[in-house]
Design a binder for this molecule. Sequence first.
Ligand SMILES: *Cc1c(COP(=O)(O)O)cnc(C)c1O
Ligand SMILES: [Zn+2]
Length: 401
Amino acid sequence: METTAAFAGLSCTDCGAAFDARASTADAATHRCPDCGGILDPEYDYDAVDLAREDLQARPFDGLWRYEELLPLPREAAVTMNEGTTPLVECPALADELGVARLLIKDEGHNPTGSFKDRGATLAVSAAAEHGASDVALPTAGNAGQAAAAYAARAGLDAHVFVPSRASFVTKAMINVHGGEMTVVEGRFADAADAYADAAESNDWYSVGSFVTPYRHEGKKTMYYEIAEQLDWAAPDRIVYPTGGGVGLVGMYKAARELRRLGFVDELPGMYAAQSAGCAPIVEAVEGGRSRHDPWETPDTICGGIEIPDPGASPLIVDAIAESDGGAVATPDEAILDAAITVAQHAGIEMGATCAAAASGAWELAERGEFDAGDTVVLVNTAAGNKEDDVLRSHLMGRGV
Ligand SMILES: *Cc1c(COP(=O)(O)O)cnc(C)c1O
Ligand SMILES: [Zn+2]
């Protein structure tokens, strides 16, 4: 695999073992830890990162590969559609309502397939191509499958996507449109994951599943690089993130530590996980003072993108929240849908039900007095609101509008 100068290989977040990712495909570590099965994370020699803030300021804001010195692969090896470099939109009316100085929405709906899953897909599919894979595969709640199908199509690879029947029509339709092979599994995300695991046993597929490949959480890092750069190299005081598997939260927190290590930004942002009360294993773990979650028994929320009852990376999520002095908050679906409508009507931004968990969570945190009047708060709008237009409209009509 072709790699960047500072990329030093992969290390296991469980046992600490280090692996070469540059070695020939036969003996390179590509997914989980060969020793213990733990999650692998890309490592860098930060002293070898030849990059200054001025270098970035001089570059066009033209996609996440502009941060290539801090990514494992060079831009020239990337399967890319110039994803990332999304707007960070100032929302003064919402800031007033929350009682904070600034409220900004990182609007990930601007990505090629309409969600921030493109940031993970560009890295994971690029790695798959570099590793000589012919087929990529994953279980997904929907958006990650749409992104994988799109990037696989661009790379000339076959995609095998397992989605639960409850996934939105848009994501299922577009997986087809990109030419992906789609298996729709009756039920919820866990059912799709089981069906995927069965099928993967008898197929030579390259997994692009979250926290199975080391490269999806790595791609999500770039969301935070952009936020910091868009704030003129300052950390926001809080980032509220709609959390399912926690890929984005873990990735952004790594980025925050990297920027501090590089001397680009001195502070760390407080990381907040927002979930639906219908599936809140991370919130339960944080409130109970535990370092890992207990699987959620009966997941039941309209927020399909974050209905992840058994998030395997919970220790990393809980660590990021604790170290950054952040928090975790769950709100009921009714409040989440109301928040999506409020954001659409007071700020114009289209936020789907899943993403609105971050808005609803921020309101709840504000009510609990968690925010200070001088705070800069960022909400991550992980996908375009019109991916869930039907859900929002029926909620509106249910209110008699
Ligand atoms: C996948 C997804 C999430 C949750 O992502 P994680 O980083 O795994 O927690 C949130 N919102 C949307 C729209 C998603 O598609
Ligand atoms: Zn290990």
